[in-house]
Design a protein around this ligand. Structure first.
Ligand SMILES: [Zn+2]
Ligand SMILES: [Zn+2]
Length: 1015
């Protein structure tokens, strides 16, 4: 377009179509291989080590909640890249375990382990791998859309043989240290998934449920001390919310110090009175009729009494009957139930422990699918979760049921398939934590936890966690490398190489270290050479993720490389990872190195929808990220998250995003204002700089604020505090728009002198280019677009000047991406030394934004440098010494005044402004009319329709007329009086200005609606 050829800065459309802008930038980055150039540039420089927590590759679309953590990751890596640090940029995918299996079962319409085995484990594993690969590709694409820069071709996958091999080596080490054991104990069990679950998988997996709760009579047997009671038809009254456990009852527990009452009662429908024994307090709170207390007794006096179990007639019950007795247990309370607890050691962890203490038999009533096993009569083959009513009926018929009540409580569910959990005793593999616990705690204290309470939560978790159950009875997962030979020797294969060495046969069919192929490899026992096969269990997925600081850094194969990048300086994830990924990594690292694998850990909270409900993948409220990106733009989502406190729960929705967009429009309009007028006035960023001392006070106030901003934002980002950084930047661009631009508007469109106008342009140009670089790591798309256009303008018509990134000069060729470049310096040894120096110094406020900032800051003060380089004056503040401080003190007053005035602007008025801005959208009001308004001749009260009326020609004619009118007064602080001898007439004729404006209107130039005068 001819117009564009003549304009220094590409005209800004009046709209703010962020998704379109972002897609354009993505094309640019791809075309220019910006990321590769950046890596190359920083390669060999001082290192910044970030380790990515693997995202589960089990989703088709990332939810908007994923964008929070991933933006933190991108922000800090980009920030460090802009400072020149060399990084690995490795993304990770979590690929194994129940997550994937359950999803693939759904896809294949399988619903049990039996189904999977019929289908074929090999085909099932293939399907799991295919799903992971599909999902990883989708996540990669969507993360790129988020603006995330990673070395996507080099992502790590936890299903890799390398990852598995690394875990094997640590398991072997644990065995050598004596921490690994096979335990026979009661575990939470998901019947649908057919596997036990670990403690850390249970936290948070609870759901409000209503169950049948039963009050059941356990008649006292006429043995020993019980004879008297038996004669009075006495029964213990116990209560349960899991009726399916009653057939496995072995004992009853009471608290030895509590009072129990004997109540004579005539039950509903009964004729004869009976005696019921229950907690005194519980009885006192209940309202029984036809009942009287005939005696009180301490719990300890009940201990040892024998009773008849509820299902003693069943074959299994017969084995338990001899063990039925009342035992003492300090955990018995009176808050709910009857003060007497039914104990089934085969159906619960605590019950199991009590059974062990009393040396009682353990009845395991259900199998892996929660179906009753043989020995339980009519219950055999029935699902434990479906039999509550029938058990109640059966007990009622036999006179054992006292009462049946629906009971709503918070009950554990499987975190993966959401089915309710049962408890089951089985053989599982554990890592003992007793010896490791103090070491883990100690290592965790050396980590910087952000927010700080997360450190306490980690300590709390370490205090309370039990031994780690690492085995799962599943298919697609880490194969546990445990072998027992025919002669009973147990041994562990510690690596892929060892497997090869020990293999007797089956190696030829081994395609990968997964079931079923690994199961077919027969190895020889190191002790007796007997042939041995692997146990069938797979590993906990948190083993997969925990090994990452070692497996991805080639611990086994290249220790030098590992040393270069270990430990991670920074990791960040959702706060739930305290008991998951943070913990499992800590475990591996302490076992292998004795220290934590990370230095700073930033955790963020959960994301909810706008009314505070959880996002459900299948629910109506789910917002997938690609959809949000195309609707509002990634940068808005990024800015939204980064300006939040990570410790707060987030309510996410399009309404809150439009608030963010409103804020960004303020920034965008300032940028558009600059471009519009800079083009009209042919502002040349390369023109000789007007020295700061010759600029008006308001210019110096703005520059001083800018320098403070650089210092504050850098300080905040160095401390991983993006919220402070973002809020400071927002406050700055508000001031920039509301005070600087508004107060100085006339200097841009009708300067008293060319030099005064130039000073205003230079000030605004520096503020914008610096601000953009500050927010570039948070909003890379907007930064890329605006900064590269501003810079391109700066380089036009200046042959022989290499631009900041040393790219070939092009006057009209395609745009160059700039975020891919370290702008401060090229990869020269001097640059490296500088970065290294900076890095070795303790971090503090006021450090340079860029390594070259001091030079630029000085240049700024000397007022003789090319402003094209922009200002990175953080350190300059410090070096400025007393003079700088004086300047800042002097300039404090306008800033304060500005603040005060801003405060006085009625909130309603500001909202009104924002609403109008939003309404403007693509159709900015007529530029000239806005100018007229700026002069105080506003035709207020006209609505948007009126503005858009009229022939374009007529609008242009009106614009001429208004553009000619003189300003009513000069804006405060914007005085040509500072400029003395440089007073000069406008260099362009009025006619030329009008022509330029007309062209602009045709091009739909953006306006300065925002920068109208105060009301
Ligand atoms: Zn399950
Ligand atoms: Zn052996």
């Amino acid at each position: 377009m001819a117009t564009e050829q003549k304009m220094r800065f590409a005209p800004v459309g009046s709209g703010f179509d962020l998704p379109e802008l972002e897609n354009g930038v993505l094309d640019l980055w791809e075309r220019e291989a910006s990321f590769d150039v950046l890596r190359q540039k920083n390669s060999g420089a001082p290192r910044y080590s970030f380790i990515d927590g693997p995202i589960t590759a089990n989703i088709e679309a990332m939810g908007v909640h994923h964008a929070w953590g991933r933006t933190y990751k991108d922000l800090y890596q980009r920030y460090k890249a802009m400072q020149g640090f060399d990084q690995r940029w490795q993304n990770g995918f979590d690929c194994q375990g129940l997550w994937v299996e359950v999803q693939v079962e759904r896809e294949l319409n399988l619903n049990s382990k039996r189904d999977i085995e019929t289908y074929g484990i090999d085909k099932f594993s293939r399907a799991c791998r295919a799903r992971v690969d599909r999902s990883a590709a989708a996540i990669t694409k969507q993360s790129i859309r988020l603006g995330q820069w990673m070395d996507w071709d080099n992502s790590y996958y936890t299903y890799s043989d390398n990852n598995i091999s690394h875990i094997w080596s640590v398991l072997k080490l644990c065995h050598e240290k004596g921490w690994l054991y096979k335990g026979h104990r009661a575990m939470p069990w998901c019947a649908r998934c057919g596997t036990a679950l670990a403690e850390h998988e249970m936290t948070g997996s609870y759901k409000e449920m209503t169950h049948d709760s039963l009050y059941v009579r356990f008649p006292v047997l006429a043995e020993g001390r019980g004879s008297d009671l038996a004669k009075q038809r006495a029964s213990f009254l116990a209560w349960t919310t899991t009726p399916w456990t009653l057939p496995a009852n072995v004992m009853l527990a009471v608290h030895p110090d509590l009072d129990y009452v004997k109540v004579r009662v005539v039950a509903d429908g009964a004729t004869e009175p009976e005696l019921l024994i229950l907690g005194a307090k519980v009885y006192a709170q209940s309202k029984w009729h036809n009942a009287e207390v005939v005696g009180t007794v301490k719990g300890r006096d009940l201990i040892g009494l024998r009773y008849a179990g509820p299902f003693d007639e069943l074959p299994a019950g017969k084995t338990a009957a001899p063990a039925h007795k009342v035992i003492a247990w300090d955990e018995v309370g009176e808050a709910e139930g009857t003060g007497i607890v039914h104990i089934a050691p085969g159906c619960g962890a605590e019950d199991f422990a009590l059974g062990k203490r009393e040396d009682a038999p353990v009845l395991v009533p259900i199998d892996e699918n929660a179906q009753f096993v043989s020995g339980f009569g009519w219950l055999e083959g029935r699902d434990a979760r479906d039999v509550a009513h029938e058990i109640a009926d059966d007990l009622r018929k036999r006179g054992r049921l006292f009462r049946e009540l629906a009971y709503t409580h918070s009950y554990p569910i499987c975190w993966r398939c959401k089915e309710e959990i049962v408890f089951r005793v089985g053989d599982e593999w554990f890592i003992s934590m007793d010896e490791l616990r103090p070491k883990l705690k100690e290592a965790a204290t050396k980590v910087r936890w952000l927010p700080s309470h997360t450190g306490d939560r980690m300590q709390n978790w370490l205090d309370n966690m039990g031994d780690w159950n690492i085995s799962r009875k599943r298919y697609w997962g880490l194969p546990l490398p445990f072998y027992t030979c025919a002669n009973g020797h147990f041994f562990i294969i510690g690596s892929q190489n060892e497997l090869r060495e020990r293999a007797v046969r089956g190696l030829e069919q081994l395609q990968e270290l997964h079931r079923p192929w690994i199961d077919k490899v027969v190895v020889s026992c190191p002790t007796c050479k007997a042939e041995s096969v692997r146990v069938r269990e797979t590993g906990d997925v948190w083993l997969d993720a925990g090994i990452v600081p070692f497996s991805t850094l080639n611990w086994l194969t290249d220790r030098g490389y590992w040393k270069k990048w270990f430990p991670a300086e920074f990791i960040t994830e959702n706060v739930e990872q305290i008991r998951l990924w943070y913990y499992s990594q800590l475990f591996f690292s302490v076992v292998l190195t004795g220290r934590a694998p990370y230095e700073t850990v930033l955790s963020h909270e959960f994301v909810y929808d706008e009314i505070g409900d959880e996002f459900h993948k299948s629910g109506e409220n789910f917002i997938d990220f690609p959809q949000a990106a195309e609707r509002v733009g990634s940068d808005i989502v990024r800015w939204f998250y980064m300006r939040l406190n990570p410790a707060d729960k987030v309510l996410f929705g399009y309404n809150v995003l439009s608030e963010v967009k409103r804020k960004l429009l303020v920034l965008w309009n300032t940028y558009a204002f600059f471009v519009t007028y800079a083009n009209v006035d042919h502002f040349d960023p390369a023109a000789a700089v007007v020295p700061a001392r010759e600029r008006p006070l308001i210019d110096r106030w703005l520059l001083s604020s800018l320098h403070r901003l650089v210092r504050d934002v850098r300080g905040a980002l160095d401390a991983y505090d993006s919220q402070t950084a973002c809020l400071k930047m927002e406050a700055f661009w508000d001031d920039l728009s509301t005070w600087y631009v508004r107060r100085n508007r006339s200097r841009f469109w009708k300067a008293r002198s060319e030099r005064d106008s130039l000073a205003a342009y230079q000030t605004l140009y520096e503020a914008l280019t610096t601000l953009i670089r500050l927010f570039a790591p948070v909003m890379p798309f907007i930064a890329e677009e605006t900064l590269s256009l501003l810079r391109r303008g700066a380089h036009r018509g200046r042959p022989g000047t290499p631009d900041a990134c040393r790219a070939p000069r092009r006057r009209t060729g395609p745009r160059r991406a700039i975020l891919g470049w370290r702008e401060d310096a090229d990869a020269s040894p001097e640059a490296h030394r500088r970065v290294r120096r900076e890095r070795s110094r303790p971090r503090r406020f006021g450090q340079r934004f860029r390594a070259g900032g001091d030079r630029q800051g000085r240049a700024q003060r000397e007022g003789d440098r090319d402003p094209r380089r922009g200002g990175g004056p953080g350190e300059g503040d410090r070096e400025a010494g007393p003079q700088g401080a004086r300047t800042e003190a002097r300039q404090g007053s306008p800033a304060r005044a500005a603040g005060a005035r801003r405060g006085s602007l009625p909130a309603a008025r500001r909202d009104d402004l924002g609403r109008r801005l939003r309404a403007l959208g693509h159709r900015g009001p007529h530029l000239a009319r806005r100018r007229a308004r700026a002069r105080g001749r506003t035709r207020r009260g006209r609505d948007g329709r009126a503005r858009n009326e009229g022939h374009p020609g007529a609008r242009a004619r009106r614009s001429c007329a208004r553009a000619r009118a003189p300003p009513e007064q000069h804006a405060q602080g914007g005085g040509a009086r500072h400029l003395g001898p440089h007073r000069a007439p406008l260099r362009r004729s009025h006619r030329a200005r009008v022509r330029a404006l007309r062209r602009l209107h045709k091009a739909g130039g953006a306006g300065d609606e925002l920068h109208r005068g105060p009301p």
